[in-house]
Design a protein around this ligand. Sequence first.
Ligand SMILES: *[C@@H]1O[C@H](CO)[C@@H](O)[C@H](O)[C@H]1NC(C)=O
Ligand SMILES: *[C@@H]1O[C@H](CO)[C@@H](O)[C@H](O)[C@H]1NC(C)=O
Ligand SMILES: *[C@@H]1O[C@H](CO)[C@@H](O)[C@H](O)[C@H]1NC(C)=O
Ligand SMILES: *[C@@H]1O[C@H](CO)[C@@H](O)[C@H](O)[C@H]1NC(C)=O
Ligand SMILES: *[C@@H]1O[C@H](CO)[C@@H](O)[C@H](O)[C@H]1NC(C)=O
Ligand SMILES: *[C@@H]1O[C@H](CO)[C@@H](O)[C@H](O)[C@H]1NC(C)=O
Ligand SMILES: *[C@@H]1O[C@H](CO)[C@@H](O)[C@H](O)[C@H]1NC(C)=O
Length: 301
Amino acid sequence: MSPCGNCLIFVFFVINICAFVNCDEGTSLDSGDQVRPDSPGLPRVPSSLLADSFVPLSLMSSFPEDLEISNYCLELLSIFSQRYSDYVKCLVPAARPVRVCMKCYSGYGSLLNAYMNISSDQMGPGNESCRDSLMRSDRLMLVYVLFSNMQDLWEKSNCDFCITEKFQGVNNETTHFMKNLNQTLSCFEKYQQGNHTELCKNCKSSYKGLNELYSSMEKTLCIDVEDAMNMTRILWSKNFNCSMPRGETVPVIAVSSFMLFLPIIFYLSSFLHSEQKKRKLIHPKRMKSYSSLMNIQDKRS
Ligand SMILES: *[C@@H]1O[C@H](CO)[C@@H](O)[C@H](O)[C@H]1NC(C)=O
Ligand SMILES: *[C@@H]1O[C@H](CO)[C@@H](O)[C@H](O)[C@H]1NC(C)=O
Ligand SMILES: *[C@@H]1O[C@H](CO)[C@@H](O)[C@H](O)[C@H]1NC(C)=O
Ligand SMILES: *[C@@H]1O[C@H](CO)[C@@H](O)[C@H](O)[C@H]1NC(C)=O
Ligand SMILES: *[C@@H]1O[C@H](CO)[C@@H](O)[C@H](O)[C@H]1NC(C)=O
Ligand SMILES: *[C@@H]1O[C@H](CO)[C@@H](O)[C@H](O)[C@H]1NC(C)=O
Ligand SMILES: *[C@@H]1O[C@H](CO)[C@@H](O)[C@H](O)[C@H]1NC(C)=O
């Protein structure tokens, strides 16, 4: 073997070692990623899309011009990426107590806006549709899948019922409810330390008002309101052991007691009715005899 051949082998060896070490670092990072528990149903945010810039992409790309993605579409993708990660960052801390609508509606509005621009079929500069190049070029359809997951979440939360049109703000009904909720919770906080019977007595009107407001609201409520009421009811009845007829139980009791009395009312009324009939049957004769008697008496007197 020539000395040059030995050189080559050595260089190969070194390259292999380097590759191995790099690879090892990579896997250790990956396994660190995997420790995070994946929540079912939700997409894993692809850290490479969000964290890394597009540098590796442009280094890798070696396709001819006409298969290449335009800078315009890359720009749209970058905006989408930013807004997606912002929205997710807002959502996760808003999971408990649920405030996903009230805290993150503007983030969803922005994300929707960015997605609309990608998915619309309007042409960008250069007569190119980013929908085709970003969303329809592969079977993964990452942008589409990521967005529809967020859309599902938004729809499942009924957030539209808390938010004014065009994502301007929280609507009046919800704001009003939240104000009342704050009052009730403040009352709970105030009397929490002492005797719970005190709490039950003093916060009763506030709690009752909140319940009435809740049942007077529209049938479909966003998850923020629904969860707040649920938690307040649990606090009231489980944690503080206060018993109070909820808004719904009063009519229930009224109706059921009415039902209970129905047979009695029925028998009573039929009894009275038959008595009346009897009287009617007997009356004419008596009347006759009575009136004749009167006549006789009249004549006599
Ligand atoms: C989407 O397109 C409209 C009109 O072309 C533009 O005003 C808006 O800023 C764009 N939004 C994003 C997120 O690029
Ligand atoms: C875009 O396409 C239209 C016709 O579809 C053509 O008239 C126009 O010149 C094209 N513009 C560019 C920048 O290629
Ligand atoms: C909601 O509240 C705002 C300001 O408090 C008021 O201007 C607006 O008229 C209200 N809208 C409705 C539908 O009550
Ligand atoms: C109620 O609202 C006030 C002011 O908006 C706030 O300081 C307070 O912490 C709230 N109370 C609760 C229990 O959320
Ligand atoms: C605490 O509650 C009990 C009934 O559970 C009551 O008899 C007692 O008077 C209360 N104590 C105070 C200091 O309010
Ligand atoms: C209310 O809370 C209970 C207990 O935390 C939970 O199981 C239930 O799903 C909640 N209901 C709603 C409508 O969120
Ligand atoms: C609530 O009442 C139940 C039984 O009525 C009792 O077992 C429980 O300890 C009470 N909890 C509190 C916080 O007073």
